[in-house]
Design a protein around this ligand. Structure first.
Ligand SMILES: [Zn+2]
Length: 150
């Protein structure tokens, strides 16, 4: 950003000025979206912002329990069908298996959308994409505070 300002000031690049103006507009819009009037203080990390914190919390939950939530219904259905209806030749008993597999697919798709949403977060400090790391790729704004261990 400092390089853009320098190029804009000395008149080297009109494109740098346009990008700088767009960046300033984006930052202003982002601040108006993520801060309330009483919460206009500077954040020390991304987790202090409520929408981002909730999203991160959800991502952590699904990362921890997502496999179990997706696969336990399939295992239970399989166990019940084989245990109690193992000798049946009816194709009706395959329906619960397909339903549980559809549930697993739904959970996987939901987890993927969460990951995409987390990766598309914009940094509240600089306005660029935050990325998947523990710090913003552009301005090193931390995702978590020093005291919180993940
Ligand atoms: Zn940043």
């Amino acid at each position: 950003m400092a390089m853009l300002q320098q190029q804009c000031l000395i008149g080297l690049s009109t494109r740098a000025c346009e990008r700088l103006n767009r960046l300033a507009e984006c930052q202003k819009m982002l601040r108006s979206c993520v801060t309330t009037p009483e919460d206009d203080t500077k954040w020390s990390c991304l987790d202090e912002s409520q929408p981002f914190a909730r999203l991160n919390q959800r991502k952590r939950f699904w990362r921890k329990y997502g496999h179990a939530i997706a696969l336990v219904p399939f295992v239970v259905v399989l166990f019940v069908l084989l245990r109690f209806f193992g000798n049946s030749t009816s194709s009706l008993f395959t329906v619960p298996i397909y339903v549980s597999l559809a549930w697993a697919a739904f959970v996987a798709i939901y987890s993927l959308t969460l990951i995409v949403r987390v990766l598309s977060i914009r940094c509240p400090r600089c306005g660029w994409r935050f990325g998947g790391g523990d710090q913003c790729g552009s301005c090193s704004f931390p995702r978590h505070s020093e005291s919180v261990s993940v």
